[in-house]
Design a protein around this ligand. Sequence first.
Ligand SMILES: *[C@@H]1O[C@H](CO)[C@@H](O)[C@H](O)[C@H]1NC(C)=O
Ligand SMILES: *[C@@H]1O[C@H](CO)[C@@H](O)[C@H](O)[C@H]1NC(C)=O
Ligand SMILES: *[C@@H]1O[C@H](CO)[C@@H](O)[C@H](O)[C@H]1NC(C)=O
Ligand SMILES: *[C@@H]1O[C@H](CO)[C@@H](O)[C@H](O)[C@H]1NC(C)=O
Ligand SMILES: *[C@@H]1O[C@H](CO)[C@@H](O)[C@H](O)[C@H]1NC(C)=O
Ligand SMILES: *[C@@H]1O[C@H](CO)[C@@H](O)[C@H](O)[C@H]1NC(C)=O
Ligand SMILES: *[C@@H]1O[C@H](CO)[C@@H](O)[C@H](O)[C@H]1NC(C)=O
Ligand SMILES: *[C@@H]1O[C@H](CO)[C@@H](O)[C@H](O)[C@H]1NC(C)=O
Ligand SMILES: *[C@@H]1O[C@H](CO)[C@@H](O)[C@H](O)[C@H]1NC(C)=O
Length: 841
Amino acid sequence: MGWLAVTFYTAALILLFLPLHASQDRLVPGKPLSPGATIVSDDGSFALGFFNLSNLSGTPNRLYLGIWYNDIPELTVVWVANRETPATVGLSSAPSLFLTNTSNLVLSDGDNSSVLWTTGVDTSTSSSQTTAVLLSTGNLVIQSPNGTMLWQSFNHMTDTFLPGMKIRIKYGASTNGDRLVSWKGPEDPSSGPFSYGGDPNTLLQIFLWNGTRPVARTATWTGYMVKSERRYQQDTTGAAIIVYLSVVDGDEEIYVTYTVSDDAPHTRYVVTYSGDYHLQSWSNSSSVWLVLAKWPSPECNRYGYCGPYGYCDVAVQTCKCLDGFDPASMEEWNQGRFSAGCRRKEPLHGCVDGFLPLQGMKTPDGFVLVGGDKGTLEECASECGRNCSCMAYAYANLGGDKSGGNVSRCLVWTGELVDTAKIGEELGSDTLYLRLAGLDMAAGNRRKMSAVKIVLLVLGCGVLVLICISLAWLKFKGKDGKWRRHKKMRLDGVSTMNDLGEEKLPYDHEFPFVRLEEIVLATQNFSEIYMIGQGGFGKVYKGKLAGQEVAIKRLSRDSQQGTKEFMNEVILIAKLQHKNLVRLLGCCGEGDEKLLIYEYLPNKSLDATLFDDSRRVLLDWATRLCIIKGVARGLMYLHEDSRLTIIHRDLKAGNILLDGNMRAKIADFGMARIFGDNQQNANTQRVVGTYGYMAPEYAMEGVFSTKSDVYSFGVLLLEIVTGIRRSSSSETKGFPSLIVYSWSMWNEGKTEDLVDSSIMDTCSPEEALLCIHVGLLCVQENPNDRPLMSAVVFVLENGSTTLAAPNRPAYFARHNIELEQLRDDIQNSINGITLTDIQGR
Ligand SMILES: *[C@@H]1O[C@H](CO)[C@@H](O)[C@H](O)[C@H]1NC(C)=O
Ligand SMILES: *[C@@H]1O[C@H](CO)[C@@H](O)[C@H](O)[C@H]1NC(C)=O
Ligand SMILES: *[C@@H]1O[C@H](CO)[C@@H](O)[C@H](O)[C@H]1NC(C)=O
Ligand SMILES: *[C@@H]1O[C@H](CO)[C@@H](O)[C@H](O)[C@H]1NC(C)=O
Ligand SMILES: *[C@@H]1O[C@H](CO)[C@@H](O)[C@H](O)[C@H]1NC(C)=O
Ligand SMILES: *[C@@H]1O[C@H](CO)[C@@H](O)[C@H](O)[C@H]1NC(C)=O
Ligand SMILES: *[C@@H]1O[C@H](CO)[C@@H](O)[C@H](O)[C@H]1NC(C)=O
Ligand SMILES: *[C@@H]1O[C@H](CO)[C@@H](O)[C@H](O)[C@H]1NC(C)=O
Ligand SMILES: *[C@@H]1O[C@H](CO)[C@@H](O)[C@H](O)[C@H]1NC(C)=O
């Protein structure tokens, strides 16, 4: 042990001194840097030197001094000193960079006649001990002999935001913070029109600008010490890249900074010359920069895209009108032109109108900061309430300041509300209190104030007490009634009342509850004529509600939930909105009846299309790939992006519906929650699902997790590519199942033969192979070996050259259990089992 330690110590010493000898990471006075030479950071990751970008013969070569990644093949410049003043290469002379003995860095052109760029540092005392060091973070730092940092390139950023760098929103006396400024073009590092940085007017938000026009805006700060951690996945093989972003309110400065996980590849934010803000990471395996995140995204998040009083619903990526507002021009709105925005349905009466809280919002731009920084929510509410031109307010407690008191902010809006979004629980999510006609001055401080009055009255005059209290009570009830009137539900224009009587339902102003009698009417008392399907959870009817065609699912009665829990679950599930999920439009729970109302999709299920000889032609390769990707995205949303982590548990071709454009939408999600099993990765008494799609650990042991959905997805994917049913032994050349067949073919290197012969001519062999590969990874026996849906989506979108080889898939034949026997076993051992579609359809 001792010997080892000594060896290690010696090695450490050598390593420690090595860079000093090699000393290529710094510039000292008297030793200028010329074109062709570079200074390389200690760990070899960055280089400082001259570069040129112009390829065109004939144009004079322009030379720039800059910093780039030294250990990747593609020249990626992260900093440019003289972006506006390139050096031209003369015949006899070349520019040089030198450090003066007063600690100034100077870039001068060939004959020393002009200074192209300088740091402007000038210490009064001169010394030859000063150095300019390129650190392994990519920061070029001038250090005085006593170690003080005199200048750093990180404070003079160009278009790139590197880990460890700070974008200062505010510092010192300066009101202008730092800005990232784009290049003009791919070969022109001079300042382009796009920039990114703090909003100098409010210091509370960050903008991406095109010139002076905002392109996108972050949510307004809800706290000065914001820390967030986000995971990004390059591909299935690499570890996740975790970006730790924080906003720091320091003594002298407010800034945004970030770091990345230790083993992450090169990662950077950059404002591209085309006007996007990207998070990129270098993929070592494919030698390209991958875009991990892009802003503004979604499209409707562009600044002001949804017009005044409109907002971008990020979950469904579309514009909507704020509550109490309608599109200004329905025609334009329906054509996808939102810039005209929305207008009030009912004009304000002035100061008597109250406020509706909208949760999970990115609050609008154009606010005014009012009150001190020590106010309460009630004070903020009254600040806005008493000013009749105040439309809305938002309040946030920003946390403790240095003296221990809480700092808060109160924002009010008096003009148009622009650039609002609904972002759910994203960073910066806030409650916007919106003034609406017909709402009484709401709850909160008014009630509290009248309570104070009541107390005073009690003290003054005991007799009045009872009267006062009963008056207050009546008033309260009245308000409540009025409030409730505003909960009128809408199903595409026609109102349906929420009149579940005394039962207090969670407040939700958008989700419609439909009365049973309306549904009975629409389906002629659930007549067989209107039935369009039947699944494990109940029968599905087609009907017309409020002029709109809908699919109505009548849940079977073995749900253990009471009506209230059912409604709660449905509201939660209705919030899951994604373009690859069938939209839940409403519900009804009366007595024993539990009904769900979905959008109606005309093109039937994937099952009824893929395995039908006359309809199969609708599915060429491009459509199939699009369906695969759509299902993957929808499932990823359920697993990873929604707040609830929904495990579908019955993903199958019959549960994929196709819309008018043959796009895939997942149906029947959230059923497990509605039926009362909402633990994750738990043992369940009920096995719901469909034989052949069920992961073995789920079918055999009742253990389910998101990975059991991944398994079902894998089976589905193989079905789509091969056009073969999962359990059709006639088509799988005698193999017991599609999975076993696919794996065998893969093993024999005959994967191409798996592809459905009817799409041979439209199919891209690489894409099909990639899909099959992903499918086989998804059906591996060990759930831990199966990829996450985010990884699946990534690979399907970007392709990958580094996918692992799939392990032996799980298949029941190995256990020598015959189909029927398996079913009996499960039925005998597990209570209340509902295996649907045992034989397949
Ligand atoms: C500039 O670029 C050209 C072509 O890419 C190259 O031949 C030349 O050496 C470069 N000049 C300098 C000074 O790097
Ligand atoms: C130079 O030209 C080649 C081919 O014309 C192109 O592939 C390369 O990207 C260009 N280099 C730069 C820096 O634009
Ligand atoms: C330019 O001036 C600097 C200092 O003033 C000196 O170190 C350098 O050698 C000069 N270069 C030429 C080409 O004269
Ligand atoms: C610093 O440089 C100037 C000229 O560049 C020279 O005159 C002076 O002697 C130098 N001082 C020291 C301390 O090296
Ligand atoms: C270090 O040197 C710089 C100038 O070279 C000077 O301004 C600073 O006061 C010095 N700091 C200390 C702690 O000596
Ligand atoms: C940036 O603004 C200019 C006009 O100011 C416009 O022509 C251009 O299309 C804008 N670019 C983007 C990407 O918005
Ligand atoms: C990147 O790939 C090269 C060879 O392809 C290898 O030498 C290097 O170690 C890899 N770097 C990382 C960080 O994986
Ligand atoms: C209402 O608020 C606006 C904006 O803060 C302000 O300009 C106006 O003077 C206020 N009006 C009253 C009556 O306080
Ligand atoms: C600051 O706010 C927190 C949470 O809202 C609260 O617990 C704490 O008591 C407050 N501190 C002061 C000094 O008001």
